[in-house]
Design a binder for this molecule. Structure first.
Ligand code: PBG
Length: 325
């Protein structure tokens, strides 16, 4: 094939031509804002490793959700930081627990104008910081954890979440959650499965965001960064178990995985631009080493180009504001 007269630069000559011929463009509706709510706060508390992101009080979370609606953001993903933790994460299943109350609050603030998502995972709630309950030998007990996830999922659906996001990477978690939701009459509550979630160093700042108690790592349940094929197995299992959407996480170091999943998935595909990805860009921008806005836009566009239909990013609100300009 030869195109002797083809000069790709022709379509790059003016901003209007570039805009017209852009293969991908971002829109606020596909963005999801992850948000932290900490029990007992009367005003928002900054997270030092994530400049611009806070642990919300009940009031400030409601304001952030209302602002997200104003900006046309697609959804919000809620994480709770409880006052008291124990071995089984009992605050996670308590209807009065910090996360479940936050779901009620946000739902009453925004109704159905914003998709309310919540994290189904125990790491914020356990005193050992693992995503599940432990067996006697200290390893994470998969099946004992599933029983708690089922209860947690029903509590979140009762509180008014539209979408549940199981992020603990226990085998069989989607099936157990789906079944529990059906039995509780929550046929319409959807599951966004963290299907391919990798054990990543880039979760570092999140651990500060949720005051994580974790010693050690999550390599016995989260995926190994070396593995690509295995991501498709995880996705297939989650689909078989009833996942309505699947997610890849982290995003930026896993764009090949995202492209694979996007090519195979019959359901919407999410990607989570995580805390460390946020922190790296913020830190470099604060040093004057990169252009902050361009770096943010380029990084999120890269995630979209790789195939994400839904993008979780801590910049969701700010980016949505820029997109409306
Ligand atoms: C687990 C969970 C984590 C994140 C989202 N859900 C932490 C982990 O797996 O260690 C990380 C999100 C981020 O880093 O932005 N509940």
């Amino acid at each position: 094939m030869s195109f002797p007269h083809h000069r790709p630069r022709r379509l790059r000559t003016t901003p209007a031509l570039r805009r017209l011929t852009a293969e991908h463009r971002l829109s606020p509706a596909e963005l999801v804002l992850p948000a932290f709510i900490r029990e007992g706060l009367s005003s928002p508390h900054p997270i030092s490793s994530m400049p611009g992101v806070v642990q919300h009080s009940a009031e400030s979370l409601k304001r952030a959700a209302a602002e997200a609606v104003e900006l046309g953001v697609g959804g919000i993903m809620l994480f709770g930081v409880p006052k008291h933790r124990d071995a089984t994460g009992s605050a996670a299943v308590d209807p009065d627990g910090v996360l479940n109350r936050a779901i009620v609050d946000v739902r009453s603030e925004v109704g159905d104008d914003l998709v309310i998502m919540s994290d189904v995972c125990l790491d914020e709630f356990t005193d050992h910081g693992h995503c599940g309950v432990l067996s006697e030998d200290g390893t994470v007990d998969n099946d004992a954890t599933l029983a708690v996830y089922a209860e947690m999922a029903v509590a979140q659906a009762n509180a008014g979440a539209h979408v549940l996001g199981p992020s603990g990477m226990m085998d069989g978690q989607v099936a157990v959650i789906r079944q529990a939701l059906e039995e509780a009459g929550h046929q319409e509550t959807a599951v966004l499965a963290y299907a391919a979630k990798y054990a990543s160093a880039f979760y570092g700042p999140f651990r500060e965001a949720v005051d994580s108690q974790l010693q050690g790592d999550r390599r016995t349940y989260q995926m190994d960064a070396a593995n690509r094929r295995e991501a498709l197995l995880e996705v297939e299992l989650d689909l078989e178990e009833g996942a309505d959407m699947v997610m890849v996480k982290p995003a930026m170091s896993y764009l090949d995985i995202l492209a694979d999943v996007a090519a195979h998935s019959p359901v919407p595909v999410g990607a989570y631009q995580i805390s460390g990805e946020y922190a790296m860009i913020e830190a470099a921008a604060a040093n004057g080493w990169i252009d902050r806005r361009r770096a943010i836009e380029e990084s999120v566009l890269g995630i979209k180009r790789a195939g994400a239909n839904i993008i979780l990013t801590y910049w969701a609100a700010e980016l949505a504001g820029w997109l409306k300009e």
